[in-house]
Design a binder for this molecule. Structure first.
Ligand SMILES: CC1=C(CCC(=O)O)c2cc3nc(cc4[nH]c(cc5[nH]c(cc1n2)c(C)c5CCC(=O)O)c(CCC(=O)O)c4C)C(CCC(=O)O)=C3C
Ligand SMILES: [Fe+2]
Length: 362
């Protein structure tokens, strides 16, 4: 039987990265904010969030869990292709992982991005990170080729796992809870440049699917909104709003008594989830006298992991000149290869110069 991921030599899970100890917090924060116009006060504030957790981001452990679950799922499907991690902002860095893979004889890399959605931050910026690393390795005589799996927020495994997590939290609250779907805020200009569909439209597709399923399951209309967390830009630059904390205050004014926060913009419990939602928003809700629950992220839900294996197999089939259809229930279609200018960088005074990319048509 052919390996379902042939002709690729390895799957590279490309993620943001996070500090792995107290000494790593500041250097990590400098990597994360370098040349991006993030004010110093914000850098210091977020460094404090990491320190509160002993300087260790949960992202590292969550990523390792997903890597292992995905490798096991791929093995069940007859693949021997290894799954490895490469990060943008902390060890193991993308370039180091690629160097190691090349030393082991790998040259064809199948990329899986940590974000389920497409935007500059969640897609093109990772493609640039890969492009820069690939260019540096090419200078050293190491030639690699890349293809990436398409955005996977449309997959049945993601939607099913997120729906069940939302339902569980609503049932747990046991009242007529409002749902606040939450994702990472980005600059409004970054949103305009994303997709199409835009970053916001991609999220709304998911909100609508989950809300419609819950309405059916619970036998009542479930009120919901899409709101944002983790804004980091200076005050005068517009970012997506409302912030979850302002939204909670607004709901309270409207007489709402209970709210479920559903972090469907994140695939696992990153710092944004365990601090911004579990600490900060939870405190806001408590101060307002609102009952509050946070729904689980999809994490390593086996349906989600199975869908990831499927989108990877679709990309591999494409590389072999074959077609593997999306799973039934997929909201696609999204191309695996990004079109020219897709999710282009937002030009602002602090924007880094354009960088080379891989996995795209430009
Ligand atoms: C869309 C998006 C995702 C989802 C896609 C994906 O998964 O990649 C994401 C993920 C993450 N963002 C993370 C951390 C940070 N993001 C920052 C800053 C920023 N994020 C942005 C957007 C996004 N970010 C943007 C537009 C900025 C402004 C500066 C810039 O244009 O780059 C900063 C600087 C300080 C601050 O302002 O917060 C930090 C520390 C972590 C790690 C968490 C952990 O350790 O568990 C993760 C997974
Ligand atoms: Fe971020």
């Amino acid at each position: 039987m052919t390996d379902p991921l042939a002709p690729f030599d390895a799957v590279l899970y490309v993620t943001y990265g996070g500090p792995d100890g107290p000494e790593a917090v500041l250097p990590f924060m400098r990597n994360a904010t370098a040349g991006r116009g993030v004010p110093d006060e914000r850098l210091i504030e977020v460094a404090g969030h990491y320190r509160r957790f002993g300087g260790v981001s949960p992202i590292n452990e969550r990523n390792a869990e997903l890597r292992d679950a995905l490798a096991a799922e791929l093995a069940d499907r007859g693949s021997r292709t290894p799954v490895v991690i490469g990060n943008r902002n902390w060890h193991p860095f993308i370039k180091d992982t690629l160097e190691k893979l090349a030393a082991e004889g790998a040259s064809r890399i199948l990329v899986l991005l940590a974000s389920a959605y497409a935007s500059y931050s969640g897609c093109r910026q990772y493609r640039e990170d890969l492009g820069v690393a690939a260019a540096a390795l090419a200078e050293a005589g190491i030639e690699l080729t890349f293809a990436k799996a398409r955005p996977y927020y449309t997959t049945p495994g993601f939607l099913d796992a997120a729906t069940d997590a939302t339902e569980a939290a609503v049932q747990d609250l046991g009242e007529d809870a409002h749902i606040a779907f939450v994702t990472h805020s980005i600059l409004t200009s970054m949103n305009t440049n994303s997709g199409p569909p835009t970053y916001v439209e991609q999220h709304l597709e998911v909100c609508e699917v989950i809300a419609a399923r819950l309405t059916e399951r619970l036998g009542r209309e479930v009120p919901w909104d899409l709101v944002y967390c983790s804004r980091s830009g200076p005050e005068h630059v517009p970012w997506l709003e409302p912030d979850i904390n302002d939204h909670l205050a607004e709901l309270k004014e409207q007489g709402v008594r209970s709210v479920v926060a559903v972090p469907m913009g994140f695939t696992s419990d990153h710092m944004e989830v365990v601090f911004d939602l579990d600490v900060e928003a939870a405190e806001t809700a408590a101060d307002l006298g609102l009952a509050y629950r946070r729904a689980a992220t999809v994490g390593t839900d086996e349906r989600f992991v199975a869908s990831l294996a499927h989108v990877l197999s679709e990309t591999a089939a494409q590389a072999r000149g074959e077609v593997l259809d999306p799973e039934a229930g997929d909201l696609g279609p999204w191309p695996a290869r990004c079109r020219p200018g897709c999710c282009a960088a937002v030009i602002h005074p602090h924007a880094p110069a354009p960088r080379p990319t891989v996995c795209g048509a430009d």
